[in-house]
Structure formats: C-alpha cells, structure tokens
Design a protein around this ligand. Structure first.
Ligand SMILES: CCCCC/C=C\CCC/C=C/CC(=O)SCCNC(=O)CCNC(=O)[C@H](O)C(C)(C)COP(=O)(O)OP(=O)(O)OC[C@H]1O[C@@H](n2cnc3c(N)ncnc32)[C@H](O)[C@@H]1OP(=O)(O)O
Length: 277
C-alpha cells in the first residue's frame, strides 16, 4: 500500500509531521512493502532548482540512504516539466555568499544522488533542460514521456555546463555525441534522446511512465544489493571523485563565471524572454 507523506518519511509519525512542516517542495511516497520511494519534485510551475528545493532534495536523499531505502523513482508533480534546471534567479545578480551557498548545495545534492547505493530511476514526465537533464542523467535509468525536450542547452544561453554535468553526459552517450551536443547546446526531443541513448525507454504517458519505472525497479530489487551497488559505484567513482576533489575550484569557476558582466547580460535577456513568452 502506498502512503503519501511529505519530505521525509521513513521514521515515526511524529517525525513525519516535523518534516512536513519544514517544506512541501518534495513529496515522498513510500511503498511500505518494498521500501521503494517515489520522490516527486513539487515546486510549481517548473521545478526550477533553487537553494530551497535542492536543500529539500538533499535532506531527502540523506534520509533515504540512512534509512536504507531499497530504490528511488524521481519524478515531478508538474504536468509539463520534469525540471527547468537551475533557477536562473539564483544566478542573476546574487551576492557572492548566496551564489556560493547555492552552488555548494547543488554539489551536495548531485553527489548524494549520483552515488546513491540503491537503484534510481528518472521518470521524466516533461521537459528536462540543463540542470533538469543533470538530475535525470544522475539516475541509473531514464524513461520519458513523448514529445518533450531534454539536454544540456547551456551554450545556447551563453553559459557553460560545468565539467561534472559534461562528464555525466559523456558517461551515458559517449564522448563524440556528448561533445557535439554540448557545443551546440542541443535540446533533444524525447524520441531523439531515445535514439542516442540519452534516455533508455519511451513511455506513452505518465501512467505508462510510472509502470515502466516500477518494472525497472522490480528487476533491480531481484539483484543482490551489495554486488549491485559495488558495480554502480565502481563505474561512477572517477566522475564523483573529479568533483569531490575539486569542489572549491569548481565553486570558484562558477562564481567567477556568473559574475562576468556578459554572462549577467545573457541571463537578463533570457529571463526577459521567458517572461514574455
Ligand atoms: C569555465 C568553466 C565555466 C563553469 C561555469 C559554471 C557555471 C555556469 C553554468 C551553470 C549551469 C546552469 C545549468 C542550468 O540549469 S541553467 C537553467 C536552464 N534552463 C532552461 O533553459 C529552461 C528555461 N525554461 C524553459 O525553457 C521553459 O520554462 C520550460 C521548462 C520548457 C517550461 O515551459 P512552460 O511550461 O511553457 O513554462 P514557462 O516557460 O512559461 O515558465 C513558467 C514560469 O517559470 C519561469 N522559469 C522557467 N524556467 C526557469 C528557470 N530555469 N529559472 C527560473 N525561472 C524559470 C518562467 O520565467 C515563467 O515565469 P513567470 O510565470 O513569472 O512568467
């Protein structure tokens, strides 16, 4: 039986209440029979990743790992968008302290998600540009509804996908395809993404998406968990360590980059264009 609880919920009833009072940016549903969790991003309208949403995700991921959840399906409550990527307002005219805190939380969240020992599936129920694509790529398996867009489109916005975003893409679609996609800032349709292996499966609609996500999870739950997670971490450790060993440098790149007047100009124009749509 599924029980809907808000961020976070593997504890007692009273701890559920405490967490629910803290935030509703992430909904967490647990199948109490299997221990499989559905984490649903819930920041309307487009799940842009601001500090608060990332912090809620990070807190959830820490809890899931501590409580030994058996698997996690990542999806969103938005009808049209999985995640619009990083919240552009976090990068537009922030203070240095705010930008540093934001970037640190993004790094924390990615490290936890990418290294999660339990199986992870992205049930991509809508558009998934840039940081949204990063979240999807950090899961082990990706299933997507038709006729939406996914990719690392940063170049198109006059910004640059950080090295670890690029590494994730390279690990999935290979160096040549990733180089082309990153230079052009390509947003692939769901169908194109399936062709190049950026996503693993297409679903017909949200219901089919969740069914396929559960099917994948059932397969994974049939495998010995320690062997499974050891192989997973073996594949991911170089990519993880590359960021873990250079977090400060990565943060400095981010800060130096976004504070350039040209980058601020690009962000301003892009934000205006989004508002005018
Ligand atoms: C040398 C080394 C250099 C290292 C450099 C280091 C770092 C720099 C790079 C950092 C990396 C950044 C990665 C990112 O994730 S950047 C974000 C990129 N995101 C996007 O391009 C997506 C933008 N959004 C869209 O395309 C669409 O919104 C959509 C997701 C397709 C959904 O479309 P739709 O349903 O039609 O919704 P609207 O467009 O009308 O949007 C509704 C509402 O939401 C606002 N909004 C949308 N996206 C964002 C966002 N990412 N951040 C903040 N706000 C967003 C939009 O403005 C609307 O607002 P209003 O309702 O107020 O009009």
């Amino acid at each position: 039986m599924f029980v809907l609880r808000q961020c976070l919920t593997l504890g007692t009833k009273s701890s559920v209440r405490n967490f629910a009072a803290a935030t509703n940016l992430v909904n967490v549903k647990i199948n109490e029979d299997t221990g499989v969790v559905i984490m649903e991003l819930n920041k309307p309208p487009v799940n842009s990743l601001n500090y608060e949403l990332l912090e809620a995700m990070h807190r959830t991921l820490v809890k899931l790992e501590n409580e030994r959840c058996s698997g996690m399906i990542l999806t969103s409550s938005s009808p049209n968008t999985f995640s619009a990527g990083l919240d552009l307002l976090e990068m537009y005219k922030p203070t240095v302290d705010k930008a540093r805190k934001f970037w640190g939380m993004l790094q924390n969240t990615w490290i936890k998600l990418y290294s999660a020992p339990y199986p992870t599936v992205a049930a991509i129920n809508g558009h998934s540009p840039a940081g949204g694509c990063l979240l999807a790529m950090s899961c082990e398996y990706r299933i997507m509804v038709p006729k939406k867009k996914i990719g690392l489109n940063e170049t198109q916005l006059g910004i640059v996908a950080p090295q670890w975003f690029q590494d994730c893409m390279k690990n999935i679609i290979g160096s040549r395809q990733a180089e082309k996609a990153l230079i052009a800032g390509t947003l692939f349709s769901s169908e194109e993404a399936a062709k190049i292996g950026l996503i693993d499966e297409l679903a017909t609609d949200k219901e089919d998406l969740m069914k396929k996500a559960h099917d994948f999870m059932d397969e994974q739950l049939g495998l010995p968990p320690l062997a499974r997670s050891t192989v997973k971490i073996g594949f991911r450790k170089d990519t993880l360590n590359r960021l873990i060993n250079s977090r400060e440098v990565d943060t400095k790149y981010f800060i130096d980059f976004i504070f350039q007047p040209k980058v601020q100009e690009s962000l301003e124009m892009y934000l205006q264009a989004l508002k005018k749509k």
